[in-house]
Design a binder for this molecule. Structure first.
Ligand SMILES: Cc1cc2nc3c(=O)[nH]c(=O)nc-3n(C[C@H](O)[C@H](O)[C@H](O)COP(=O)(O)OP(=O)(O)OC[C@H]3O[C@@H](n4cnc5c(N)ncnc54)[C@H](O)[C@@H]3O)c2cc1C
Length: 457
């Protein structure tokens, strides 16, 4: 089916909020990663759930693909319209609907970004803790089951979404979950839609758990001569049960890239960055235990910070890492790998990955949310250099195979999109077909983000 037959009804529904200009199509055909531009046929900007439901119904009547779009920061080409159709951009559905401070939850529309949500919550003493670094939308974060630097303390989107409103592939609107903190009532549909990457429906509202802003926050950065010492520090710290809010690793190549990018002077060595949340006394004690473990493993050049500006200065290295790595090779694109292994296998996984990178022609700084066993190698490629792309794909495949062999996953947080589709059978076996059956039951015409996540038809 083509979009043409659906256009009159879509235009009458949305007016000039149905866009077909080249700039709109090009913008929504880009991704943050190495995938080639894939513009959709139209971009819609709905303002209400009713409009989303009507839009999906029209697309269903004409067999037109529908692809959700939050902030477009996903890294595996998730939101690319690979089979054409309409991209539904949630930028105009970005309101906070209700803050329930007593129950520490909030209802939001999907297009709100995590930074805008936390700005809105600032005066309440509460915050939404999931932090993927990029200023992603909450709907996109739920759809990729995102996490990030704070998952070691506060969990991922799976742990922080309590309920959803979803427009299904036939235009029905359904609600999942409640505002209660737990429930044993039937299938967990919230968990089904979280991480579904828009293949089962469009999320039009979310109820999220909030956390109290900590009274004290303490951050530290320290350097190590050897990557294995940094990783040993992570594992020992986790095993002592010290409640860290963040523990991040960057390698020497990342430190070098950040220095060049932002005129900083971090030692060009592997680093750990940590943060503790709690009471004044609590964070002091946690920091002391961490400091002792790190020093035993040869840490040097400790810098501690309590005040926000000082902490931001210390975290600069982590927050600027991706852009700095990209800038270290002008014109390069990135294949961002994302494996996650049980914490006991982290040292082996990182060491074997580093050995692979050393033996390959590809530049690939390593960094990650190592407190969860989750790390990334940012593989820098010239997309026109076939040999280099092949070498990078080999590196990426070896990382994925290794993660599975060590009891882990091929993606800890970025999701499947197009880039990880080829590993789904290896990770899930016939569970992948079960996912296909769920998809077929909810979206028999395969109009919701087709070409992603489930086995190809
Ligand atoms: C510099 C950088 C650092 C990053 N670091 C992290 C990190 O630490 N952790 C992490 O998890 N990710 C990270 N990411 C990836 C990215 O930020 C996440 O994948 C994020 O969740 C994507 O959100 P988005 O709003 O940009 O979604 P988009 O990219 O717009 O969409 C992502 C997917 O969700 C679907 N979708 C969007 N909105 C809806 C909706 N309302 N209903 C149904 N489906 C929808 C889309 O169709 C697509 O499949 C990083 C990205 C960058 C660029």
């Amino acid at each position: 089916m083509t979009l043409d037959a659906a256009l009159p009804a879509l235009s009458s529904l949305l007016g000039d909020r149905l866009c077909r200009s080249k700039s709109e199509l090009d913008h929504h055909g880009q991704s943050e990663s190495h995938f080639p531009p894939t513009p959709p046929e139209a971009v819609a900007y709905p303002e209400t759930t009713e409009e989303v439901a009507a839009l999906v119904k029209i697309c269903a009547d004409h067999g037109v693909p529908v692809i959700g779009w939050g902030a477009g920061t996903s890294l595996e080409g998730h939101a690319l319209a690979v089979q054409g159709g309409v991209v539904v951009d949630f930028a105009r559905m970005n309101r906070v609907i209700a803050v329930n401070a007593e129950d520490m939850d909030v209802r939001v529309q999907p297009g709100i970004t995590r930074e805008a949500l936390n700005e809105h919550l600032r005066a309440t003493g509460l915050f939404f803790p999931v932090d993927p670094g990029a200023n992603a939308s909450i709907g996109g974060m739920a759809s990729t089951r995102a996490s990030g630097t704070t998952a070691v303390r506060y969990g991922t989107m799976r742990d922080n979404v309590m309920g959803l409103e979803v427009v299904l592939a036939d235009g029905r609107v359904t609600r999942t979950g409640t505002r209660a903190r737990k429930s044993s009532a039937g299938y967990d549909l919230t968990a089904l839609f979280v991480g579904a990457e828009g293949t089962l429906g469009l999320i039009t509202e979310l109820t999220l758990k909030l956390q109290g802003q900590p009274t004290a926050v303490s951050a530290a950065v320290c350097a190590f001569s050897d990557m294995s010492d940094a990783v040993a520090t992570v594992i020992e710290t986790i095993q002592t049960g010290v409640p860290m809010a963040r523990i991040e690793f960057v390698d020497a190549a990342t430190a070098r890239a950040v220095n060049a990018y932002s005129d900083a002077d971090f030692p060009e060595k592997p680093h750990l960055l940590v943060e503790f949340h709690g009471s004044e006394v609590g964070v002091g004690e946690d920091a002391e235990i961490f400091g002792a473990i790190a020093r035993d493993n040869g840490a040097e050049g400790f810098q501690w910070a309590r005040q926000t500006e000082d902490r931001n200065r210390l975290w600069k290295m982590r927050h600027e890492a991706y852009r700095a790595i990209l800038a270290s090779r002008p014109g390069a694109r990135a294949i961002v790998t994302d494996v996650c292994v049980p914490i006991s296998a982290l040292a082996q996984a990182v060491a074997e990955t580093q050995a692979d990178i050393d033996a390959s022609p590809v530049e690939a700084p390593i960094l990650g949310h190592v407190g969860d066993g989750n790390f990334h190698a940012i593989l820098l490629i010239d997309p026109d250099d076939k040999a280099e792309v092949r070498a990078a794909e080999t590196l990426s495949a070896r990382m994925a195979d290794r993660a599975l062999r060590l009891g882990g996953t091929v993606t800890g947080e970025h999701g499947i999109g197009m880039g990880k589709l080829g590993y789904m059978r290896a990770e899930h076996g016939n569970g992948w077909e079960v996912m296909g059956s769920i998809k077929a039951a909810l979206d028999p015409q395969n109009i919701m983000n087709p070409g992603k996540l489930v086995p190809p038809e």
